[in-house]
Design a protein around this ligand. Structure first.
Ligand code: B12
Ligand code: SF4
Length: 499
């Protein structure tokens, strides 16, 4: 007999556990699964018991899951998946079903929200998927012990009808008001906060954490998957946000927070009020956030700095105006440069987020991106390899715009799976490496990294301990060090779509 009202929530790794120690991406940062933590807190309020297993923080968790299933016998197991971690979730779901045949598996997150009924068509291991935000839909699913079908009135859920055909009866009519949600159940993440680490050189103090204070983004960039929260913008009030940080500080002694909101400053009034609270009633905490250049000005930047803002990330994507116009709709590189200089003037570090390999990318456009970035006071960069994710406007057209190897397990922005017309993988890899080498070897950057010895001493410690892994990545371009990356055992389903 399985226990109703009980669910094990799992954050899969996406590849074999044995590779985790050599995964340069995991070495560089390990983030708490905030979606699962939010769901767990919400379920607790609704008297539904949940526990969380996070393979990112504890890669060798198969045994822990087996023991949990044997001892606790939950009626549900739920998975939070991006595209690259989805097949690992399917592997664990199969393992759970082989141990407890009656257990019901439910998947949520961007990958299943984007692909909707296709997931249940192709993966028998998956009983339900939740499209969009998960708190209320999962509660309803567990409350009726999974006895939902195509005739049930609930929205946001995909299940199979009596003939076994996947069925989606649409999005939920109303989104959650974020101030009604309890703070995420960080306490259910084993080892929190010390098991989690923000990206190296991205924080001044430890312990630190990531945090979310809004959902959704009204823009529609061609490479961005907004299948979960879509195009509205909902947010926590300044007061809620302040109380959230206070809670993190008092309960877990967090001293720095990285906001992963898509549009932290989209509502200027909210951030003004938040900065006032942080200035008037200081918590001794610093924070980072990401903004779009249109939504920052010098007064706001100064207030943010006074409130503890340490670093702001901005999507630059490319220094080529034609490419920008195609993919981001606001090709004003002059305005972007002004905003970057302005943030720098407000004494906030600037991180530029770039993407290489968008459709239309050429040698010329990459060179333009380098020249643009190196002409600006940008302190840190992140260049990701463009990947056409399901749910993005570019996904459907990817095969027309270049060659695309749709291998989900490798869709982690660290592999060039899409090659734009006129380019080759080899050229792209060379430029990618060249971009980072040129960036890092500039005297200004070298001095900047040196100042991190006192501005972020913990980062230096981590950097030196893992120097071998980073150098190997720089020269072999392999996310997971070794002769070949350890893949999941083949399910024969790596990509059910034409490649
Ligand atoms: C923070 C973040 C990260 C962090 C940490 C991710 C983590 N551990 O959770 C880091 C930096 C490590 C990261 C890495 C990557 N990320 Co990321 N990331 C985000 C970001 C900005 C916020 C995620 C978040 O916390 N959201 C807030 C919570 C509350 O929402 P949520 O997690 O989606 O959960 C809700 C629902 O999805 C649903 N749900 C989720 N899980 C479950 C489970 C069940 C059972 C149910 C019922 C429901 C459910 O309910 C939740 C609450 O409402 C999102 C964009 C976004 N705004 O969401 C991108 C995003 C998820 N990332 C993305 C990508 C591409 C990546 C990377 C591949 C590359 C990269 N950009 O670095 C890697 C892949 C890592 C991996 N193996 O999964 C894409 C995913 C696209 C896709 N289809 O895969 C997104 C959507 C960005 C985008 N717009 O394109 N990411
Ligand atoms: S890339 Fe940023 S601005 Fe563009 S749609 Fe995605 S979240 Fe919004």
């Amino acid at each position: 007999m399985l226990k109703p009202n009980k669910i094990l929530l799992v954050h899969p790794l996406g590849y074999r556990s044995e590779s985790s120690g050599r995964d340069v991406s995991r070495i560089a940062n390990i983030m708490p699964p905030l979606g699962l933590a939010s769901i767990a807190a919400y379920l607790k309020k609704e008297n539904i018991h949940s526990d969380i297993v996070d393979y990112y923080a504890k890669p060798f968790s198969d045994q822990a899951i087996k023991e949990y299933l044997t001892n606790e016998r939950p009626s549900f197991i739920g998975f939070s998946c991006t595209t690259s971690s989805f097949l690992d979730g399917v592997r664990i779901a199969a393992m759970a079903k082989s141990m407890l045949p009656g257990i019901k598996t439910v998947f949520g997150g961007p990958h299943v929200s984007a692909l909707k009924t296709k997931i249940l068509e192709d993966f028998q291991e998956v009983d339900f998927t939740v499209v969009g935000e998960g708190e209320e839909t999962l509660k309803e699913l567990i409350a009726c012990d999974g006895k939902m079908d195509a005739t049930s009135p609930q929205y946001g859920l995909i299940c199979r009808d009596k003939e076994g055909r996947p069925f989606f009866n649409g999005y939920r009519a109303k989104s959650i008001e974020l101030d009604t949600l309890p703070f995420p159940a960080y306490e259910k993440l084993e080892g929190y906060p010390h098991a989690y680490k923000l990206p190296i050189f991205n924080y001044p103090q430890v312990p630190n954490s990531s945090c979310i204070s809004s959902r959704g983004c009204p823009y529609a960039c061609s490479y961005c998957d907004r299948s979960v929260f879509r195009n509205s913008f909902r947010y926590n009030s300044a007061e809620y946000l302040y109380e959230h940080l206070k809670y993190l500080s008092e309960r877990f002694h967090i001293r720095h927070v990285n906001f992963y909101d898509d549009q932290f400053t989209f509502n200027r009034k909210r951030i003004e009020a938040f900065t006032r609270l942080m200035i008037d009633r200081p918590l001794g905490m610093t924070f980072n956030c990401a903004v779009r250049a249109e939504h920052i000005d010098i007064d706001l930047a100064r207030m943010m700095r006074e409130a503890g803002c340490w670093m702001i990330s901005l999507g630059v994507e490319t220094g080529d105006e034609d490419l920008l116009a195609q993919h981001r709709k606001n090709p004003d590189l002059t305005m972007l440069a002004e905003k970057i200089r302005m943030i720098h003037k407000a004494r906030i570090r600037v991180k530029g987020l770039l993407m290489m390999g968008l459709p239309g990318e050429t040698r010329g456009s990459i060179k333009k991106s380098m020249d643009y970035v190196f002409s600006l006071p940008i302190d840190d960069i992140n260049v990701s390899k463009f990947t056409p994710f399901p749910g993005t406007p570019l996904y459907e057209k990817a095969h027309e715009l270049g060659t695309f190897e749709e291998d989900w397990e490798k869709m982690d922005c660290m592999h060039f799976l899409f090659i734009p017309k006129g380019m080759t993988k080899k050229i792209m890899e060379r430029f990618f490496m060249w971009f980072y080498i040129r960036h890092t070897l500039r005297p200004k950057m070298l001095v900047g990294y040196l100042t991190m010895i006192w501005r972020s001493p913990d980062s230096w410690k981590r950097f030196l301990i893992n120097l071998g892994g980073f150098l190997r990545f720089a020269f072999t371009d392999k996310r997971i060090a070794g002769t070949s990356e350890k893949r999941l055992p083949s399910t024969g389903k790596a990509s059910p779509y034409p490649g």
